[in-house]
Ligand binder design. Structure first.
Ligand SMILES: Cc1cc2nc3c(=O)[nH]c(=O)nc-3n(C[C@H](O)[C@H](O)[C@H](O)COP(=O)(O)OP(=O)(O)OC[C@H]3O[C@@H](n4cnc5c(N)ncnc54)[C@H](O)[C@@H]3O)c2cc1C
Length: 436
């Protein structure tokens, strides 16, 4: 068994790549991240990310304790148990709320993407290199791999991890047969801030996540509320912030990201006009909002008002693509993680959680290798098996949610509504199906 210390290079400083880097750095493993963005603030990312318990456990395990505590304190709540309604707001089913007093690692956290990125970058100065766009890699005779960058430079490690997102260059070279296909749905989403003007919102919309299953199309809503006010957050985690050399003002400002209700409307591509406004079109938010409103004319007035009152500059359109199942491949010193392997439609909020799961599994495998308890390639092969199993289970679940959202048949929708109504009235059935 080799006693040489490991060097890991990660391509892509997104959620999965940075979580892995934190975990390896904390374990004392030599790691470097190469990120295409010019700097940490190159992107402002609007929606909060729903971190489910699988993602919470990964972040807890990979982040130093003080960063995990800051994450929990600055996160928001999306409320207990999801409601399933008709478009007239008649309740079909409500998921059971998780038991009170759960450990934060077993809870869901609505995290500002900007805050999450700052926390994932904390303490990684000199480890994360910005402005480094990978064009591909080279596998070397000595068993190492070398990443090549557009600026003509390169970096070599014992393991190269492609965490470079859905359009991954690393995946394209490693697995040229892997395909992504456009999914049939189109999503349009917006944010209505909670404030003085939103007192009219019904309780359901401001307390939990909800899914509306009408005779056509689909609407998802989620409320994001901070757990603590700005003052108490700074007070609560002030020492941890200072220990991490983080600017409390900046971090609390990001997390503040005013409380809001977000909605995501999903329809089959065929149901919408072919000439949806493109990203550069002026007045795009207004046009998207009018389009959604025109599809909701028979819906409950509060749902129509939710759309009508949403500021146009928060409204965006999302096209969905799905990774096709990849068969296992012969393991080498190059692997992939997160969206680079198993991208999926965001319906259900599963992709980021799957990337965090991968990061945690790979972290454990590499710690064993670094300690001399396992050989690199068998450990990576074991990681790849777990990553493919979990990642493509999430892809199938997201695809199923999207199919439900875009079902063209009234009959099948009636069956789906009856199914949820039955689950709503028969608790053992509901628990058996929705308890995890
Ligand atoms: C609207 C929306 C809402 C979502 N909500 C949720 C949610 O609530 N919960 C959830 O779990 N998931 C959610 N997702 C999905 C989630 O955002 C992704 O699954 C997640 O970001 C994947 O993480 P990743 O690290 O694999 O890739 P990414 O986060 O995409 O990171 C990839 C990184 O690689 C960099 N990169 C790309 N190419 C190169 C290159 N050639 N060289 C160097 N660097 C490169 C990119 O700049 C980026 O920083 C949502 C997605 C969308 C679109």
């Amino acid at each position: 068994m080799s006693t040489r210390r490991l060097r890991v290079i990660i391509i892509g400083g997104g959620i999965g790549g940075l979580c892995l880097a934190q975990g390896l750095n904390t374990a004392g493993i030599d790691v470097a991240v190469y990120e295409r963005d010019a700097d940490p603030d190159a992107r402002t990312q609007g929606y909060r990310l729903n971190i489910e318990p699988v993602g919470s456990r990964a972040l807890h395990d990979c982040l130093p304790a003080h960063l995990w505590q800051i994450l929990v304190a600055t996160a928001g709540d999306s409320g207990p148990g999801m409601g399933v309604f008709t478009e007239k707001m008649r309740l079909l089913m409500r998921e059971d709320a998780p038991p009170a007093g759960l450990d934060p690692t077993e809870q869901t956290h609505a995290v500002s993407r900007v805050t999450l990125r700052r926390l994932l970058l904390a303490g990684l100065d000199g480890i994360v290199h910005f402005g480094k766009e990978t064009t591909g890699y080279r596998q070397n005779a000595d068993g190492t791999a070398t990443a090549l960058f557009t600026d003509g430079t390169s970096a070599t490690g014992d393991l190269l991890v492609g965490a470079d997102g859905a359009n991954s260059r690393v995946r394209r070279q490693l697995l040229p047969h892997a395909r992504r296909t456009p999914a049939p749905g189109v999503g349009i989403g917006g944010k209505l801030p909670l404030g003085d003007g939103s007192a009219w919102l019904p309780e359901e919309l401001v307390s939990t996540k909800n899914m509306f299953l009408p005779k056509r199309d689909f609407l998802f809503t989620a409320v994001f509320r901070r757990r603590e006010t700005d003052g108490t957050t700074a007070e609560h985690v002030g020492d941890q912030l200072r220990a991490a050399d983080l600017d409390p003002g900046l971090l609390v400002q990001d997390a503040k990201d005013d409380d809001y209700v977000m909605w995501a409307y999903v329809a089959h591509r065929r149901a919408l006009p072919a000439d949806l406004p493109d990203a550069s079109a002026g007045g795009r938010g207004h046009r998207l909002r009018d389009l959604v409103a025109s599809r909701l004319t028979h819906w409950h007035p509060d749902l129509r008002k939710l759309i009508a009152q949403t500021p146009a500059d928060t409204i965006e359109q999302f096209d969905f693509t799905t990774a096709r199942q990849i068969k296992p491949w012969p393991t080498t010193q190059v692997t992939v993680l997160g969206d680079a392997a198993h991208s999926m439609p965001p319906v259900g909020g599963l992709g980021g959680n799957a990337a965090l799961y991968d990061a945690n599994v790979l972290r454990r495998a590499l710690i064993a290798v670094d300690r001399g308890e396992a050989e690199l390639l068998p450990a990576v092969a074991e990681y790849e098996r777990a990553m493919l199993k979990n990642g493509f289970a999430a892809v199938r679940a997201a695809t199923m949610y999207l199919r439900l959202a875009t079902l063209p048949s009234h009959t099948v929708r009636t069956v789906a509504r009856t199914f949820f109504r039955l689950c709503g009235t028969i608790p053992p059935l509901r628990r058996a199906i929705f308890s995890d």
